[in-house]
Design a protein around this ligand. Sequence first.
Ligand SMILES: *Cc1c(COP(=O)(O)O)cnc(C)c1O
Length: 375
Amino acid sequence: MSSPGPVDRGRLFDRINWALDNRWLSNGGPLALEFEGRIAELAGVRNCVSACNATVGLQLLCQAAELTGEVIMPSLTFVATAHAVRWIGLDPVFVDIDPLTGQVDPACVAEAIGPRTSAILAVHLWGRACPAEELEKIAAAHGLPLFFDSAHAIGCTAGGRPIGGFGTAEVFSFHATKVVNGFEGGAIVTDDDAFAQRLRSLQNFGIGLPPGGSPAGGTNGKMSEASAAMALTSLDAFEQAVECNRANFETYLTELAATPGIFVMPHDRRESNNYQYLIVELDEDLTGLGRDLLIELLRAENVVAKPYFSPACHQLEPYASRQPVRLPHTERLASRVLALPTGSSVSRESIRRICDVIRLAVAKGPEVTARRQKG
Ligand SMILES: *Cc1c(COP(=O)(O)O)cnc(C)c1O
């Protein structure tokens, strides 16, 4: 995960003061509209509908498309992907991943399609592109809408195309922990004008829906001007944040290159990426050290490493007991990955120190593990 960079408070407070002077604090205000314009341009799409967060953004998608029954999705994702769908009474159907990339496996998606399937919800995990074009073919062949949880993937590309323009619509998150943040925030991007219009009505209590409305009624999912002020200010610093994350990635790569059993998840150099997640995979067979123990050792050194994303969604309630399923590649990778600190507050020096701790822990893996087992 990347820690939020320093905020240009002058710019933020100027924008908030401007909004207060303008006396327009929500309901599609000028700052929210400006933010939407900039996100649409970055994502290369015709429409952007800002939202209070990505979770509600995902729910708006489902309601706008009037989904029922099941939604197919990968299990290796943040639990919000599944909960967003479950909260509105749909059933997530979890599928396995490509063991090398961690991205959803299109063959598994195709296999999972059944009579109750109403959509595919793919995830661009860790900002790397999932096989979006293959998924588009599968969705088209079955007449299913295809959506993307692109919470990690602002400013990234898939096959050289900006993420945001795949499927029917994609959703970005601008939560405080993401590389661009509006305190809380989200955005739905789509090239379908009518769908965008429908999303706008649904997120504003259903106001303006065509006769007949929506079976879901409507909700309040709008982005406030205060959030938009923050999101715009954060977006101003996006390129700088990416550059910082990219440099951090290179440092980790160099520092850990010669350590057997620890593998920095690569980036496809032909694609644009925001590098906001620094993911490493730990091979316990080679190191004699488990992932959770490594996280503990890092915590003891004041390094916040997180098991992103473990347990996987299908291993969590309410899914684990309701619909038990085995996803071997997901389970294996989920038990081996961890996210290390990156972002503009993480210096090269601190990365070297973090990697020193990792190298030492890995070098003494069996010893550390034995000591732990003795308690
Ligand atoms: C952060 C995140 C979300 C939720 O975003 P919010 O804006 O916090 O609602 C959804 N999916 C994934 C993959 C995420 O990482």
